[in-house]
Design a protein around this ligand. Structure first.
Ligand code: DOR
Length: 441
């Protein structure tokens, strides 16, 4: 007997649909999407009669129309496991992820030890699979120990068509300074058909000169990002691989990505990019007020940069929104550690900033946070609510106000720059492969 769940009386939204109705799940897979019409209640009866569980939107929040969306897919998080249990563990990060509505997460390799072999990545993935809360895809670093000297175990990953794992490679915030080595890594990525997430932090001599000349961080870090983005694109073209620019934050980098996408269309070189919720909402003025708590890489930029990011979201230059979840302890934060905890606020921050004044609708937000990142990872079985897809789903109250209180975060990282802000959009339930893995209290 298949395990059946019926989710009913919900607004169902993904990047292509916005309907009212019901979804039938069987054995962790979406079997049927039933749009409300004159006979839909009758068609639902046999499904309900054979269901092990019925989740009714009307019962969850009487008087509200709740929304069913695909679970979110995060291309960029730091789980700190192994090696930094004070900041985060696999368990706490996974609980934070499901509370934030994420079903699939890519985690970065800057752990202790660095994830630089397939075996290390597999150990972490197996631990995550045993937990069963999310689908975790650890990236593999490009160089051994992220030291920028020799290529990592990526050279030993077999090129199997539709390789299930890994789905992305990245040297995280280190970049690879040596052009030839980075090109070699890009060629491996091409052989494996995997995107390389480029954090674009290494600005080379130009940025070093500015640093030595005593220029402020906002000046040289902008050069770093712009120069590194240009370099990643140039080497990516040479290797004909998929370059994914992480947390784009300057208007110049956005413009470069826009132009490259327009001019390189049809080539086997692929370019995609993501923006982080904090860069879409906060500026250097907020950073001043926040002090050490406002420090992040890349830094919060100017209002003109922020506006350029929003415009790039609207015109499709930016493919995805990724959290860059970077939990730190209070002590580390005060000592200057960059990064923000983000899994538990990503959806609400993006929803509050973007789904207003007709900027964009929930379908587009779903595309940016679920369907598009799933496509970047080559995961065709998620990110949309269609029959045959995995039942990775969230139920949200898209209008509910939410006061950000890091004290109740599941993440060990309480370093949220949104502390005390009232946001709109609350995740009430997360289903992973048809199982309820999170329910708001
Ligand atoms: O601010 C950041 N911190 N940005 C990153 O990309 C990395 C992260 C970290 O690992 O703490």
């Amino acid at each position: 007997m298949p395990m059946k769940t019926v989710l009913q009386h919900l607004r169902i939204i993904d990047e292509a649909a916005d309907i009212y109705g019901a979804v039938v799940i069987e054995d962790g897979i979406i079997r049927e999407v039933i749009a409300a019409d004159n006979q839909w209640e009758e068609r639902l009866v046999p499904q309900r009669n054979t269901a092990a569980r019925i989740i009714d939107g009307r019962m969850m929040r009487p008087g509200q129309v709740l929304t069913l969306m695909p679970a979110l897919v995060d291309l960029h998080a730091h789980f700190r496991d192994p090696g930094f249990p004070d900041k985060e563990t696999l368990e706490s990060a996974s609980l934070a992820a499901v509370a934030g509505g994420y079903g699939t997460v890519v985690c970065m390799a800057n752990t202790k030890a660095v994830i630089d072999t397939l075996e290390k990545a597999q150990v972490l993935k197996a631990r995550s699979d045993r937990l069963g809360l999310i689908d975790l895809y650890p990236v593999m670093a490009l160089t051994q120990d992220m030291a920028g000297r020799e290529l990592s175990g990526i050279t030993r990953v077999p090129a199997i068509p539709a390789l299930p794992f890994p789905r992305m490679l990245s040297e995280d915030g280190r970049d690879v300074a040596d052009d030839r080595l980075l090109l070699g890594a890009f060629r491996e990525a091409r052989r494996l058909g995997l995107p390389v997430s480029c954090h674009c932090d290494a600005g080379g001599p130009e940025a070093e000169e500015a640093k030595c000349a005593g220029k402020p961080r906002e000046f040289w870090s902008r050069i770093e990002e712009n120069v590194a983005t240009r370099r990643a694109i140039a080497l990516g073209k040479q290797a004909q691989c998929h370059v994914h620019i992480a947390h784009v934050s300057t208007k110049e980098a956005v413009e470069l990505i826009r132009e490259t996408k327009l001019n390189e269309a049809g080539d086997s070189f692929t370019l995609s990019c993501e923006a982080a919720p904090h860069h879409l909402t906060l500026t250097e003025e907020d950073a001043c007020v926040l002090g050490a708590w406002g420090r992040v890489n890349p830094p919060l930029r100017t209002e003109a940069d922020r506006q350029a990011l929003i415009a790039a979201i609207l015109d499709g230059t930016i493919d995805a929104i990724a959290t860059d979840h970077a939990p730190h302890t209070e002590t580390d934060k005060i000592a200057g550690a960059p990064g923000f905890t983000g899994l538990e606020t990503g959806f609400a921050v993006a929803r509050t900033e973007l789904v207003r004044e007709d900027r964009l609708d929930l379908r587009r937000l779903s595309s940016l946070m679920s369907a598009a990142p799933a496509r970047i990872l080559g995961l065709g079985d998620r990110g949309r609510i269609t029959p045959g897809n995995r039942a990775d789903l969230i139920i949200v109250d898209s209008n509910a106000p939410q006061l950000v209180n890091p004290g109740v975060f599941k993440s060990r990282g309480k370093n949220s720059p949104f502390k005390g802000q009232e946001l709109r959009g609350t995740v009430l339930m997360t289903l992973h492969g048809g199982r309820v893995v999170f329910e708001a209290e």
